[in-house]
Design a protein around this ligand. Structure first.
Ligand SMILES: Nc1ncnc2c1ncn2[C@@H]1O[C@H](COP(=O)(O)OP(=O)(O)O)[C@@H](O)[C@H]1O
Ligand code: SF4
Ligand SMILES: [Mg+2]
Length: 539
């Protein structure tokens, strides 16, 4: 047992909280790799759904990879398995009935299917499609903990259906705050501890803001507010002041006093400072535990001792500050953190072009339209600046102008942070605009892969040709539009051989017999079809 934490902390603003070296070491922001690094590697991924009608072979050997700073488009008709691919990578397949039954998923060398074999032992019943599933709950729980180390900061997801991804009983700002605390917690607390709420220094900046407010000049107000944020050392205070003055409108004399009052609230009492330092330690311990889980997934070695030490430390931290949990105390001492998170959420909402971010932040999911919710979710996913962003039909529910803004945000994240993006959509126009490479998916398999230019200019697979023939193109104004006859097959009894053969105009006898291998038809262009005789593509 280590020595218990004494209650009193030194009272210096720059005091570094005492945390064991291992925590400080592990909790450092992980370094990001170079531009060519493969961040996500999926190999021969198989996901089945065990239903009463039979086994739905939703993914039957999907192989793809994404490099840092690259956008990979995944296209295909509805029901081809695009969403199931996204869920399988993040291990969010609803179980039962779904289960990832094979393949490899690696995030920067960490095996994301860690412990999958033990998680369920499934025994196929002979001569039938039924499967018995046995589960070990404790294993599943520990795998869930491991995955929470990966979700969010490493891999973020924007879902197709925003209403399902939000919790209806918490306000929007609460839900955004949770994400902020998880991924940016220590940084936010450090900012609060270092803020300089000196009214004398801030006075000229406040006066400039009030003056701009009286003239209702939004551009100048924004500038003055940003400057005020810099003077105070807290960008979110700038946002807060901006909205206080804007709400007052032309009568902004009194708003000046409100801004001063808000500024005074930034000055921390000694118990508030202690509480924040305590929170920071808890956040660092959480982050360090997550790092250990990731390390474990990388090396398949269990660093149990370090994990048990961290868990012990967390329990000690919690119990030594049980005083904060008493009614009323935590509300009072936690106020600065709560305010900061609220205004940071407002800034996130501003970032996705929501016109009235303060009201939206205070509101609840049911009050917002689908498009607004989708933007909130995008703000949430982008806030953690993830290594990989999986966007499943991110703009399908949005109108064209908002769609352009969202794609711009994603592009910005890609260049600024180096986020790799897996963009899933059935909209080929979106792919043409933002993707670097594209994977064409049909009935649970990837049938063609290559740089966007090559695939759009010279689609090889008859399915890809069919998809491209069904959209109007500016460069071919006289083109006759056509559609692919038939529909995506039933995946309980998928067609033998090439799964596209019942719909393919070029089908040959061999197509029904065996699945075509992936062949190399260009430097990075591969296709799975018997019409092409190139060398078999390397794995
Ligand atoms: N919960 C489920 N139960 C049974 N089958 C499912 C389930 N979810 C998805 N599937 C099957 O997986 C296939 C792929 O679905 P999905 O990935 O949602 O397609 P899309 O490409 O439109 O995103 C579909 O054929 C569907 O029948
Ligand atoms: S393998 Fe045969 S059926 Fe499949 S796409 Fe090629 S030609 Fe058509
Ligand atoms: Mg889908």
């Amino acid at each position: 047992m280590a020595t218990p934490q004494p209650r009193e902390e030194p009272e210096a603003p720059t005091a570094v909280p005492r945390v064991e070296p291992i925590v400080e070491e592990l909790a450092k922001a992980p370094e990001r790799g170079g531009p060519g690094e493969v961040v996500l590697e999926v190999k021969d991924l198989k996901t089945y759904f065990f239903t009463y009608d039979g086994v739905v072979k939703a993914l039957d050997g999907v192989t793809l990879h994404i490099r840092r700073g690259e956008t990979l488009g995944l296209v295909g008709e509805t029901g081809c398995g695009k969403s199931v691919t996204a869920f399988s990578v993040t291990r969010l397949v609803s179980d039962p009935p779904g289960r990832v039954i094979g393949g490899k998923v690696r995030y920067r060398n960490a095996n994301l299917l860690f412990g999958l074999e033990q998680e369920a032992k499934f025994t196929p019943v002979p001569k039938s499609n039924r499967v018995k599933v046995k589960r070990a709950f404790r294993r599943i729980r520990s795998n869930m903990q491991r995955m929470s180390a990966v979700r969010g900061r490493a891999i973020s997801m924007i879902f197709q259906e925003p209403t399902q991804a939000m919790n209806p009983v918490f306000s929007i700002s609460n839900q955004l705050s949770e994400v902020l605390v998880l991924h940016r917690g220590p940084e936010i607390v450090d900012g609060l501890l270092k803020a300089k709420p000196d009214a004398a220094e801030a006075r000229p900046a406040i006066e400039a803001l009030v003056e701009a407010g009286r003239q209702e000049n939004r551009v100048e107000m924004r500038e003055a507010a940003n400057h005020l944020g810099e003077v105070v050392g807290s960008a979110s205070f700038g946002a807060q002041a901006f909205y206080i003055v804007r709400a007052a409108g032309a009568a902004s004399e009194d708003a000046g006093k409100d801004v001063q009052r808000a500024l005074r609230r930034l000055r921390l009492s000694s118990s508030q400072r202690r509480y924040l330092q305590h929170q920071r330690r808890l956040m660092l311990i959480d982050r360090a535990t997550n790092e250990l889980y990731l390390e474990e997934m990388r090396r398949q070695a269990v660093n149990r001792i370090a994990r048990i030490r961290l868990r012990g430390q967390r329990l000690r931290e919690r119990s030594s500050h049980i005083y904060y949990r008493l009614w009323g105390v935590r509300n009072r001492v936690g106020k600065p953190l709560k305010d900061e998170l609220f205004w940071r959420s407002v800034r996130l909402l501003e970032g996705v072009s929501i016109a009235n971010p303060v009201q939206v932040a205070r509101g609840f999911p049911h009050e917002l339209s689908g498009g607004m919710l989708q933007r909130v979710m995008i703000a949430e996913a982008l806030s953690s600046e993830p290594d990989i962003l999986i966007a499943d039909e991110p703009t399908t529910a949005l109108d064209v102008t908002i769609q352009a803004q969202i794609l711009e945000l994603m592009r910005d994240l890609k260049t600024r942070v180096g986020t790799a993006i897996l963009l899933i959509t059935h909209d080929l126009a979106v792919i043409a605009e933002v993707a670097d490479r594209v994977c064409v998916m049909y009935a649970g398999v990837i049938v063609e892969q290559g740089p966007v230019h090559d695939v759009f200019r010279r689609p090889l697979h008859p399915y890809a040709q069919g998809l491209l023939a069904s959209i109007p193109r500016l460069d071919q104004p006289d083109k006759q539009l056509s559609s692919i006859p038939g529909s995506v097959p039933d995946l309980i009894h998928p067609p033998s051989g090439c799964r596209f053969h019942p719909r393919c105009p070029y089908a040959m006898p061999v197509c029904k017999e065996a699945r075509p291998p992936m062949t190399q038809e260009g430097p990075q262009h591969t296709v799975a079809c018997y019409l092409y005789k190139g060398p078999v593509a390397p794995e």
